[in-house]
Design a protein around this ligand. Structure first.
Ligand SMILES: *Cc1c(COP(=O)(O)O)cnc(C)c1O
Length: 326
């Protein structure tokens, strides 16, 4: 991918022919590499959908999915917060003028130099899930406002994260006690159901566990006010689980456990690639089930991007692409 062409308009308002014409014009040059076309209007639409579905829940965009300046700038302009995994991401977001209060350093396992970077740049909200991490923060960033990451049952998610991250309830109590002794503030709980969550019901025990940690925190003397419900939400319409199905489970759970009181960029992007080679091959060679049963042969198309480039999400996130020829 050599560049990003951003289009600020609702996809619905732009006929397919506009896209096709635009893509063809930009790619008419034979030397052109694969490139993305982003519909910033799609992101705006998601944002408005989110605000409607979860009034009072501030969305924080995870930079890891898309660190292009155009996208981050758009998200900053519409007012989301940012979920950063380290120094590079914090730097990017701050270079676009986002204030530190709208940044959470949400990587439970951190390099000490990067905790210092957060401290020097005013970023206070940091997640942690173990004693070692608590000690590192106590040493490098005494003014941090910590968020305790709890483990979830993410066995129904496509990308499981609780294998790596999250404290059990028992460990959470110990961590709260230790933080109190170290005079480090804990302001809330964060959890993640795993990306590509397939069963919204899994949010319920995660939210009730968070409520337990809030209660323990109050007992130990913390004033906790932040619940970070992580992610796992469907990001595009071709995913079986609908956003509304997730919200219909989360709402009653939040109402029950937190009575007083949350993937934007997945569908905005269209990747334009050039077909650079074509082969006629026997179907059995491709091991693919083509709908056209009558033919023994099929075409294989080769494009100028691959799994080590834009298609790495096939390997990492188990995604699939739908394609349109222009
Ligand atoms: C990846 C990640 C997110 C976003 O997750 P989605 O499932 O894509 O919504 C949010 N928070 C943290 C800490 C993450 O690692």
């Amino acid at each position: 991918m050599d560049s990003l062409t951003a289009i600020f308009s609702m996809k619905a308002l732009l006929p397919r022919t506009f896209w096709t014409k635009n893509i063809n014009e930009v790619s008419s040059d034979d030397d052109r590499d694969a490139f993305y076309v982003a519909d910033l209007g799609d992101i705006l639409k998601k944002h408005l959908g989110w605000l409607k579905a979860f009034p009072g829940v501030t969305p924080f965009s995870a930079i890891k999915y898309n660190d292009s300046r155009t996208i981050v700038k758009t998200l900053a302009a519409i007012g989301t917060g940012f979920d950063c995994a380290g120094e590079t991401e914090i730097q990017l977001v701050q270079s676009l003028g986002v204030p530190p209060e709208r940044i959470i350093y949400a990587n439970p396992c951190k390099q000490v130099s990067q905790i210092k970077y957060a401290a020097n740049n005013g970023v206070q909200m940091i997640t942690f899930d173990s004693e070692v991490e608590l000690m590192k923060v106590a040493r490098a960033h005494s003014k941090a406002k910590l968020v305790l990451r709890t483990a979830t049952d993410d066995s129904k998610a496509v990308c499981r994260l609780s294998v790596k991250f999250g404290a059990t309830l028992k460990t959470s109590r110990l961590l709260l006690e230790q933080a109190k002794e170290l005079n480090i503030d804990i302001i809330g709980v964060s959890f993640h159901m795993g990306s590509g969550c397939t069963d919204p019901e899994t949010f319920v025990p995660a939210i009730s566990d968070a409520c337990c940690v809030f209660d323990m925190g109050a007992e130990i003397g913390f004033n906790m006010y932040l619940l970070d419900i992580g992610g796992g939400f469907p990001g595009s319409e071709d995913i079986k689980l609908k956003f509304e199905e997730v919200t219909s489970v989360i709402h009653p759970a939040l109402d029950k456990y937190f009575p007083s009181d949350l993937g934007y960029v997945a569908s905005a992007f269209t990747l334009a690639v050039k077909i650079i080679a074509k082969k006629l091959v026997l179907k059995e060679q491709t091991r693919c089930d083509d709908e056209d049963e009558s033919s023994e042969q099929t075409f294989m198309y080769y494009v100028n991007d691959g799994v080590y480039g834009s298609f790495n999400c096939i390997l990492y996130d188990h995604k699939y692409y739908s394609s349109t020829a222009t």
